[in-house]
Design a protein around this ligand. Structure first.
Ligand code: MG
Length: 458
C-alpha cells in the first residue's frame, strides 16, 4: 500500500474525513484503498458516490467506484451534489455512501467522507473499523463474475431541493418575502441552494454560483474575510440576508441586512434558542461559545461538549439518543449545524432555510442581537511535521495550565478565565496548531491569542 505506513486510531480519518493535496498526499491509489476497505466493512451490495466541484473530483470518484466494485459493491454515481444529499440518498436507498470532497479546504485539496447505510456520516467507531481493515489489509477482491457494476444517476439535485423544501416551514419563509443573496463559493451548493430559495418564494441574487471547483472567486472556507463580495452585494441590493456555504455545502453562514457578517456562534445560538426546551440536550464542540452556554441555561436544557469535528458530534448524538436524550439541535460555531429530528447530518441548505424562517418575525440583525457581545480571535501556527506539532501543543498545554483557570482537555487544552477562554488544539486536517480565544471585548480576545502565540512559538 503506497503512502500508508501505519494507520492508528482515527489517524487516517482525522476529525472529518480523509483529506490531502492532490498529486501529493491524495490520489487514486489512496482512494482505491479506502473504498476497498469501506466496501468490505460495510458488507453492502450497493453504495452511492457523490462529489463536490473540484476538478480532481471525477478522477477520485472513478477510483472510489473502482475500489468499491473490486470488492463486489455495485456503485450509483450521482455526480456533483452537496454532501447532505449523498447522506439523504444513503438513507432513502438504505445503502452506504462515499463523498469525494475536501469540504472547506483550498482547491488543491481533495478527500473522502464516508456515510453509513443509516444515512449518517460514520461515527468514530465505524471509521476505526475501516482504518483497521486498511491497517491489516483484510479487503478481499471479488471473483470476476461478482465484481460490482457502476451506473450513473441524474436528477438527484432536483429531488434534494424538493425534499428540503418539504422539510422546512415553506409558508413562513414565503410570507416573509425575503430577498436573499446566496454565495455557494462555486461549490456543490451552486446547483441547489439558489434553486431552493427561489422555490421558497424568495427573491434570489447569486454570487460565486458557478461550478468551477478551482474556486477562482474565493477560497471555499466561508469565513468573513472570504465573503466580502457577499457582504457588498447584500448591502448594494438592499437584501434581507446573505447565505454562504463551504465547498460541499454542509455548512451555512450568514450576513445580516446591513452586510455585516454574523458569527457562526451567534447564528447557532439563535437557532438553538428557537429549538431548545427544558430537559432537551444540546451537543456542541469544545470550542463552544459562552453565548451557547447562556442559551442552553436559559432554556433549562443540558449542554454536552465533545471534541471538535463532525464525527465526534455524531458519535455523541448517537450515544445520547440511545440513552433516551432529546436532541433537537447540535453543532459547531463554523456554520455546521445538526437538526437530528430532521437527519443526523449538517445540511447547509436546510440550515439556511431554518435561519431564514426566523426572519419571518424580525430582521437578521435583530434575530442575532441577543447573542452578540462576545468576540472571538484566532491564530494558526504552521508546523513542519507531527513532532513539531506535538511539541508546540505540549508547550501550549503547560502555558495554559500556568494561567490558572478551569482546564478542559478532551481535545487540545481549553482554559476558562475570568473574562473568557483560550483553546489550543492541533488541526485534524492541516499541518497547523490552532489558537482560539473568546472574550467580552475584542481587545481581550486578541490579547489572549497574542499572549498564547508568543508563549508557544519557538
Ligand atoms: Mg463541508
Amino acid at each position: 500500500m503506497p503512502r500508508i505506513q501505519h494507520i492508528g486510531v482515527m489517524e487516517l480519518f482525522g476529525s472529518s474525513g480523509v483529506r490531502g493535496i492532490v498529486g501529493a498526499s491524495m490520489g487514486p491509489e489512496l482512494v482505491v484503498t479506502i473504498a476497498k476497505a469501506a466496501g468490505t466493512v460495510w458488507d453492502a451490495d450497493r453504495a452511492v458516490i457523490g462529489r463536490d466541484t473540484r476538478p480532481s473530483g471525477q478522477m477520485l470518484a472513478a477510483a472510489a467506484a473502482s475500489g468499491l466494485a473490486s470488492v463486489g459493491v455495485d456503485v450509483v454515481d450521482v455526480g456533483v451534489t452537496p454532501t447532505p444529499n449523498v447522506v439523504r440518498l444513503a438513507e432513502a436507498w438504505a445503502i452506504p455512501g462515499l463523498i469525494i470532497t475536501a469540504s472547506h479546504n483550498p482547491a488543491r485539496f481533495n478527500g473522502v467522507k464516508l456515510v453509513g447505510a443509516a444515512g449518517r456520516e460514520l461515527s468514530v467507531d465505524a471509521l476505526e473499523r475501516v482504518e483497521a481493515c486498511i491497517d491489516h489489509d483484510t479487503a478481499r477482491p471479488a471473483d470476476h463474475a461478482a465484481v460490482g457494476q457502476i451506473t450513473t444517476r441524474t436528477g438527484v439535485n432536483e429531488a434534494y431541493i424538493a425534499a428540503v423544501r418539504q422539510a422546512v416551514d415553506a409558508e413562513a419563509i414565503a410570507a416573509a418575502e425575503l430577498h436573499v443573496v446566496i454565495d455557494p463559493g462555486d461549490g456543490a451548493g451552486s446547483l441547489t441552494t439558489p434553486q431552493l430559495f427561489r422555490s421558497l418564494g424568495c427573491e434570489v441574487t447569486t454570487v460565486n454560483a458557478t461550478t468551477d471547483g478551482t474556486f477562482p472567486a474565493r477560497p471555499p472556507e466561508p469565513v468573513p474575510q472570504h465573503l466580502t463580495l457577499l457582504q457588498e452585494t447584500v448591502r448594494a441590493a438592499g437584501a434581507d440576508l446573505g447565505i454562504a456555504h463551504d465547498g460541499d455545502a454542509d455548512r451555512a453562514v450568514f450576513v445580516d441586512e446591513a452586510g455585516h457578517p454574523i458569527a457562526g456562534e451567534a447564528s447557532l445560538a439563535a437557532l438553538a434558542a428557537a429549538e431548545l426546551d427544558a430537559g432537551a440536550t444540546m451537543v456542541a464542540a469544545i470550542d463552544s461559545s459562552q453565548r451557547l452556554v447562556d442559551v442552553v441555561d436559559e432554556a433549562g436544557a443540558r449542554l454536552e461538549l465533545t471534541p471538535i469535528g463532525a464525527s465526534h458530534l455524531i458519535t455523541a448524538i448517537e450515544r445520547l439518543q440511545a440513552g433516551g436524550a432529546q436532541i433537537p439541535i447540535a453543532g459547531e460555531g463554523n456554520g455546521g449545524v445538526f437538526f437530528p429530528p430532521y437527519r443526523v447530518v449538517r445540511d447547509g441548505a436546510y440550515t439556511a432555510a431554518r435561519f431564514a424562517a426566523l426572519l419571518a418575525e424580525a430582521s437578521a440583525s435583530a434575530v442575532v442581537a441577543p447573542h452578540q457581545g462576545y468576540h472571538t480571535a484566532r491564530a494558526n501556527i504552521t508546523v513542519g511535521d507531527d513532532r513539531e506539532r506535538a511539541r508546540i501543543q505540549a508547550r501550549a498545554d503547560r502555558y495554559l495550565r500556568r494561567r490558572g483557570g478551569a482546564i478542559t482537555d478532551i481535545d487540545g487544552t481549553r482554559v476558562d478565565l475570568e473574562e473568557g477562554w483560550i483553546l489550543v488544539r492541533p488541526s485534524g486536517t492541516e499541518p497547523l496548531v490552532r489558537i482560539v480565544a473568546e472574550a467580552a471585548s475584542a481587545a481581550t480576545a486578541t490579547a489572549y491569542v497574542e499572549e498564547t502565540e508568543q508563549a508557544v512559538v519557538p
